[in-house]
Design a protein around this ligand. Structure first.
Ligand code: PSU
Ligand code: MN
Length: 303
């Protein structure tokens, strides 16, 4: 095996050098965001959906001391079978130095995908500012990283487990453009709208590629957040959502969950409290974002 810290799967490297569209996918959602029984099928399904929409998938993870961009099926299986740590950007030098492995968050996936030259990334929801952050300072490194990595990330906003208005403020502080995809409202992940207005929206993938082109001309280093809502008929029932969210937050407080465990704890609680419905919606969200990200990657490849 190569000693290079970054290994790009040959199919992905060929696509990048020939101008074929590529979409990066994160691995934390596979190893920590979905129940083990469903995660491998979901990971495979995400990859084939990228292919079905005319792009090459590049799932990102760290395996045996290498940052990998594009995984074969055995590696995808490792994400599910091994108890891998969740790695943000700050963990990368430490884990690489000890030849370790881990799944990558939006922050570390963006960082690694950009090193490989991938320009478009599909995820479910971004990390953001946690509730109570004024006391805890718990703010995802996704925000800071996206302020310095020029990748376009398609998400359904941030989950309502976070402080959504504070997260939108931080996007502004960090100079990260946020664009509603066919909407003027910031999506609420499981819900189609968070109720918060956005300054800008675009109608389609070609318009996003045009924004990417302008950003290049300006030599801006910020990423672009494309906020893509789930259609209303596919969202989680709002009453069920509100009840599950309140109870999950209560449990986290009672158990004094802290640090990087907060996001996985709240997500798992909400899956349980919605009897798996939040999970079905979660998978639909990622699929919906993948379709848009692939369209953007195709439009970008034509620029
Ligand atoms: N949102 C989800 N599922 C997830 C995450 C976010 O719907 O698994 C993961 C993403 O990888 C995101 C990370 O980058 O959680 C943020 O974690 P933290 O708040 O610890 O930075
Ligand atoms: Mn955190």
């Amino acid at each position: 095996m190569s000693d290079a810290p970054l290994i790009v799967r040959p199919e992905v490297a060929d696509a990048l050098s020939s101008g074929t569209p590529v979409v990066a996918l994160e691995s934390t959602i596979i190893s920590h965001g979905l129940p083990r029984e469903e995660a491998l099928d979901a990971a495979r399904g995400f990859e084939s959906l990228v292919r079905g929409h005319g792009a090459v998938p590049a799932t990102v993870a760290v395996l045996d001391g290498h940052m990998r961009v594009g995984l074969d099926d055995d590696s995808l299986a490792r994400l599910v079978e091994e108890d891998l740590p969740k790695l943000s950007t700050r963990d990368l030098p430490i884990v690489l130095a000890r030849a370790g492995s881990g799944s990558t968050t939006v922050a570390s996936t963006s960082f690694i995908a950009d090193l490989a030259g991938v320009r478009v990334f599909a995820t479910g929801g971004l990390g953001g500012v946690h509730r109570g952050a004024a006391q805890t300072w718990d703010e995802s490194a996704d925000l800071k990283t996206l302020s310095g990595v020029p990748i376009t990330v398609v998400s359904a906003g941030v989950k309502s487990i976070l402080d959504i208005p504070a997260t939108l403020e931080r996007f502004e502080s960090f100079g990260i453009p946020v664009i509603g995809y066919g909407t003027a409202e910031f999506p609420g992940f499981w819900l189609s709208s968070s109720g918060h207005r956005l300054d800008w929206s675009v109608p389609d993938a070609t318009a996003v590629a045009a924004v990417m082109e302008s950003r290049e001309q300006l030599e801006m280093c910020e990423g672009i957040v494309v906020a893509n809502p789930l259609p209303v008929d596919q969202q989680l029932d709002p009453d069920l959502h509100d009840r599950a969210l309140a109870e999950a937050l209560r449990r986290a407080e009672e158990k004094q969950v802290e640090g990087k465990d907060v996001t996985p704890f709240l997500l798992a609680s909400i899956v349980e409290l919605t009897e798996g419905k939040s999970l079905e919606v979660n998978i639909r969200i990622v699929e919906n974002n993948i379709r848009v990200a692939a369209d953007i990657a195709v439009a970008w490849a034509r620029q």
